[in-house]
Design a protein around this ligand. Structure first.
Ligand SMILES: [Zn+2]
Length: 58
């Protein structure tokens, strides 16, 4: 699991937010709060393979 806010590796734990039928885990309450403020901003770049080939950063 990766914290979508700070990018840290986190274990599934107490800091979890369900958003658009997905679950996001956080290293702490700070990241969880930031995610809740702007969920779209962080949920837009989920961890894992990016299938959007048009958005490569070259
Ligand atoms: Zn974090």
């Amino acid at each position: 699991m990766m914290d979508p806010v700070c990018g840290k590796e986190v274990e599934q734990g107490k800091y979890m937010v369900s958003y658009k039928k997905r679950r996001y885990y956080f290293c702490g309450i700070t990241c969880e709060t930031m995610f809740k403020r702007k969920p779209d901003e962080f949920a837009a770049s989920p961890p894992g393979p990016n299938e959007n080939a048009g958005a490569k950063l070259h």
